[in-house]
Structures are given as C-alpha cells and as structure tokens.
Design a protein around this ligand. Structure first.
Ligand code: ATP
Ligand code: MG
Length: 332
C-alpha cells in the first residue's frame, strides 16, 4: 500500500477551516487505502515562541481535533513528532545535504521571518523546511497531503531525496505532493489576498474550528466580498466571493457551477447565510467528537503512545540505513 505522511502544528489551540479543507480532510480520506502516518509537529511549533504549558495543552487539543475530524487509530498511525527522536536525528543529516542558497529560497521563511525581524527570527525557523524533509523521508512517503503553501517544501524534499540517492545509492522514496486544487488555499475572510493562517490571520478573518459556531457564522456574514452584486466565480476579479464559493462547494459537495446557478438573482448575503448554516452543521458534531477525546486524556495519551511506537518502527529502520550509507561507524 502506498505510504502517506503529513503533519500539523500545535501553534494554536484550534485548527482553522483552511487546515481542515486544505489538509486534514484529505488525511481522513487517505487513511482508507494507504499506509498513513499523521503527526502533531511540536518540533516545528517551537520555531516561534511558545509558552510551555500552552504548547503541551495545544498538542493534546490538536490530536483530539484530528480524531474528531475522523482519523481512526486503527487505520492510521497518529503520533506526536517529539515522541520519535529520529526526526531530529535525520534532520541533522538533511541539514548537511541542503545548500544554504537552496534553503534561502523558501518563501514561507521569508514571509514568517519578516514578522519577527533579524533578532527575533530563530535559526530553527530557517531550517524548518529541512526538518520537514526529514519528517517525510523517514517514512519513505509516496505522497504528502498538504495545502498549496507547502508545495515548495515538498519540492525541496524531492530534490534532497534524489541528491541522497545519487550520492549514496537508492535509499529514499521521492515523494509527491498531494494537493487538491479546489481547497488548496482557503483565504482569510477579511483579506482574500492571503491564506487563512493560525499565526497571521486577524481574528475576524480566521474561522477557528473550536470557536462557538455562532461566532463563526458572524464571521462568514461579515466576510469581505467584492464590488458588484452577482455571485460568480472569478478568482482575479472577485477573490472574496470566489473563496466563499470554494468553501461552500467543499462543505456542500455541490460544484461551483451548480452554486453559481443556484445563487442566480440572489445577492452575496444569501451565499453567506447558507455558508454559515453549512459550516455550523458540519462543525457542531466535529466539536462534540473532539470534546469526547479531550475529556479522556488517558485514552488520548494511550492512542499517541501506540502511534509513536508504530512510527518508530518505520523511522528507526530508515535512520539506520541512512547512517550506514553515509559512513557512520555502527555502535558496537
Ligand atoms: P502557521 O500560520 O502557524 O504556519 P498554518 O495555519 O499554516 O499555521 P500549519 O500547521 O502550518 O497551519 O499547516 C497545517 C496544514 O494546513 C498544512 O498542510 C498546510 O498546507 C495547510 N493549510 C494551512 N493553511 C491553509 C489554508 N489557508 N488553506 C489550505 N490549506 C492550508
Ligand atoms: Mg503553516
């Protein structure tokens, strides 16, 4: 069975709608026919400042949301990145295979570092994509289900895997990004020019999955739309309306063409109201399921412990092979 691997940061307590539609929903689908590994990437989270107690709590809340969204520990391996030390170990090797110039071209680093300034930006934030290379290659993943913003990081992973294989002989699987066009980039409701983001969106632009659904409904209703009144799909001319149409389509299962026909003669407000209802219908049971896992931390920790053990079985084999290929002396 093909392998898939992906991760999500516990940088805030709640996931947002972009995380779900762009990534997590595909994780749930892919667990059926793939050997799937999914993790809460706490090592990535500390590339920006974190309060220790909050990070620990957010890690549990993140795992609970993944289960609430439909990950089934009997059908996938769910774990916390720091429980598998091989990630940090392989990352060092990958650091030594990646060019400084190559790493400097990562646009997400440029975006994020501009927020923290030269002194506030950690070296960890710079090498974050290289840790991600290790995350993916450790599991010999064939596909990596992510949002559009992660495409460049999967591309560099491919380059480094090929470099390793050329230099040391075929060892690592070269992964492909798995990005669904329709939901790859959910935009901020207040600024449709930028992606919805845990760390960069304004509260009004961000639809957090654990918020009171009534508050989220309000955000849909006050979403920035475009001049004009006709509901039509035009990413350039009507980025706000187009974003809402894509979200509606993802939640309702209707195509954008069907929706445009459905809203003919109606105003933007009708689209927003329907969207608020659709979202509430989906998110209410999601929150209930997530709550069940949060109310039973012992069970949650048990699931994560089993996941870490299964993950280590695969990760340790890859790391051992890599260490051998690059010429490290085996420990006696
Ligand atoms: P941060 O702003 O802290 O980087 P984030 O919102 O980007 O947080 P991540 O944990 O970095 O969240 O990303 C988890 C997954 O969600 C990744 O696969 C990423 O590509 C995807 N994703 C994030 N934002 C969006 C979005 N707006 N639309 C679609 N997918 C997204
Ligand atoms: Mg991100």
């Amino acid at each position: 069975r093909p392998r898939v691997l992906s991760g999500i940061q516990p940088t805030s307590g709640s996931f947002h709608l972009g995380n779900y539609l762009g990534a997590v929903r595909q994780w749930v689908d892919l667990q059926k026919d793939n050997d799937a590994f999914y993790m809460v990437v706490d090592l990535h989270a500390i590339t920006v400042p974190q309060d220790p107690a909050t990070l620990r709590e957010n890690t549990r809340v993140s795992a609970a949301q993944l289960l609430g969204a439909g990950l089934d520990p009997d059908h996938c391996t769910l774990f916390v990145q720091s429980h598998v030390p091989e990630h940090a170990q392989l990352a060092w090797v990958m650091n030594c295979l990646t060019g400084f110039g190559e790493a400097s071209r990562m646009t997400q680093f440029k975006d994020k570092s501009s927020r923290y300034g030269a002194e506030g930006t950690t070296v960890g934030l710079f090498t974050y994509p290289i840790l991600q290379i290790a995350d993916i290659l450790l599991y010999q993943a064939d596909a990596v289900p992510v949002g559009e913003d992660q495409r460049q990081h999967v591309e560099i992973t491919r380059d480094i895997a090929e470099r390793f294989n050329t230099r040391y002989g075929r060892t690592l699987t070269v992964p492909k990004p798995y990005i669904l066009k329709e939901t790859a980039k959910i935009q901020d409701l207040q600024d449709p020019a930028v992606k919805m983001s845990k760390s960069a969106s304004s509260p009004k632009g961000l639809v957090s999955l654990l918020d009171d659904p009534k508050a989220s409904a309000k955000k849909f209703k006050s979403a920035v739309t475009d001049t004009g009144t006709v509901v039509s799909y035009d990413e350039e001319g009507k980025p706000g309306v187009s974003n809402l149409l894509r979200v509606h389509s993802a939640l309702s299962g209707q195509s954008v063409e069907q929706l445009v026909a459905h809203f003919e003669g109606k105003m933007y407000g009708a689209l927003k109201t329907e969207l608020a209802e659709l979202f509430t219908e989906w998110v209410t049971p999601f929150q209930e399921r997530t709550r069940l896992f949060l109310d039973d931390p012992a069970e949650l920790d048990r699931v994560l412990a089993i996941g870490a053990e299964k993950a280590r079985e695969v990760a340790s084999v890859t790391l051992e092979t890599v260490y051998d290929r690059i010429g490290f002396l085996p420990a006696a």
